[in-house]
Ligand binder design. Structure first.
Ligand SMILES: [Zn+2]
Length: 336
């Protein structure tokens, strides 16, 4: 007679990963569904977990008001980049895991009835790294904001520029900043929201250029990591270095806003920040403030009347408002 052994089911992990999440701040085990309901904020200690772009949009904008634009933009492997695996394989894996095409989603939506141009990053897609697609989406969001005179809102979550795209990723810093400068010159407001983490090239470009820079509590915000920073200045870093509250105390961030108050806070700001009237003089893409013209007129007023031209210095003088010529002369001067 065969002996019937008692069946031992394999013991399940005490906390299956798909059901529970351990809070890294207070070590409480949190039921995932409950965590999602509380917008991924720990109900015990208030730790803010990272949020997907989809959940972020749902949190911020009026119900069903979001209309996605440029959903089809996708990175190409222009450099044929291979690290541990080829870049196209990495992209495909990230797309499969997240259901997104790249690390940012953009479109228009209303927040408490105010129409805005919105771009939201997702850290789950290759660390929210900024390649050509993210840069292009941020730029187009700014351009649409400029064209339709809508306030621009960008939510950052990024480890920095995407190294697999090399120089093409670095170019996005200049491109996004230029688009934001045109927006600023036209008097269209831009609110930047920094979530955990906002670092590297994203921090070094559009994330901190907001008319108002908002950070979520305890988010890591900075350019290089703490170890590199400490090594560079050969000093111990102060407690709380590169966290939202530290940056707020030092004037780098305007507001630290808890996630549950974020939507209301932005709705309030949008009541104050109304896109200004179109200024006709700024149409050529240059800001109204012309530093060279300003300095020239200042010099005219401050410097006493110069002697007659024949006593002028031997160096040929350029017309002061000829910017390219002045720059070329500058370059010559620094080379010589
Ligand atoms: Zn907690």
């Amino acid at each position: 007679m065969p002996i019937k052994l008692p069946s031992f089911r394999p013991r399940k992990d005490a906390y299956p990963a798909d059901l529970w999440t351990k809070c890294p701040s207070c070590s409480e085990m949190l039921f995932n569904k409950q965590l999602d309901k509380s917008d991924r904020v720990c109900p015990t200690c208030g730790h803010h977990f990272r949020l997907s772009a989809e959940a972020r949009i749902a949190l911020l904008v009026d119900d069903r008001s979001f209309v996605e634009v440029d959903a089809g933009l996708q990175s190409v492997d222009a450099l044929g980049f291979v690290d541990q695996k080829p870049y196209p394989d990495r992209l495909a894996a990230a797309q499969l895991a997240t259901g997104m095409r790249d690390a940012a989603v953009r479109g228009t939506a209303t927040i408490d009835g105010h129409r805005v141009s919105l771009c939201v990053m997702d850290f789950a897609f290759m660390g929210g790294s900024m390649g050509a697609v993210v840069g292009e989406k941020v730029t187009r969001a700014a351009e649409q904001a400029l064209m339709e005179r809508l306030p621009l809102i960008i939510v950052s979550a990024s480890g920095g520029a995407r190294m697999q795209e090399g120089t093409l990723a670095l170019m996005q810093l200049a491109k996004t900043c230029a688009a934001l400068e045109r927006l600023r010159a036209a008097g269209v407001p831009y609110i930047s929201i920094m979530s955990d983490p906002t670092t590297g090239g994203v921090f070094a470009s559009y994330a901190v250029l907001g008319d108002i820079n908002i950070a979520e509590p305890n988010a890591l915000i900075g350019f290089a990591g703490a170890r590199v920073a400490a090594g560079t200045i050969a000093q111990e870093l102060p407690p709380g270095f590169q966290r939202s509250e530290f940056l707020f105390e030092h004037g780098f961030v305007d507001r630290v806003v808890a996630r549950r108050s974020l939507r209301g806070e932005i709705a309030d700001l949008l009541r104050y920040l109304v896109p200004g009237e179109q200024r006709p003089a700024a149409d050529n893409g240059r800001s109204l403030f012309d530093p060279i013209g300003f300095l020239t007129s200042l010099a005219d007023r401050v410097v006493p009347d110069l002697p007659a031209p024949e006593e002028a210095p031997a160096r040929p003088t350029e017309p002061a408002d000829d910017v390219p010529a002045a720059r070329a002369a500058d370059r010559e001067a620094t080379r010589g």
